[in-house]
Design a protein around this ligand. Sequence first.
Ligand SMILES: [Zn+2]
Length: 149
Amino acid sequence: MPMLRRAAQAQALPTDTRRAAGLDTVARDCTGRLRAIVARQLRAADDWSIAWIGCGCDLCATLETFLASRSRRVLEWPLAKDGRRHVHTRIDSAGLPVLHQTRRQGRPYTLVLTKTEQLFTREQTARRQAEADLTWLTSTWNTLPAGPR
Ligand SMILES: [Zn+2]
């Protein structure tokens, strides 16, 4: 999208050049993707499920089950250091909206996972952005003046 917006600002970019650069194809592709985002059903206010797939290990299986739950927001998980590190890494590398803290009491320590409101705000932001981009594509991009023949 940023590339298309810049291309549209370069007023002198004629239709043939846009086509040759593949920008019209990119624009069509973007339109399809954006429509899919906008068409998605809105997440219900009580739906805390997060779709995610781990590496296949037992820890990831536990994490998957917790994430997939619509109602569970918090998981208190007694887990040794290596296990906690694995879960931390998985959550961070996937950018999951989950807070992970280690409660340093008992043996092993307890990993406390909490799903955050970001789960909702992120999707709402993505949707609003998709709507704005789609509006721009269907108005501005498709009405760019044709170049000289
Ligand atoms: Zn794993």
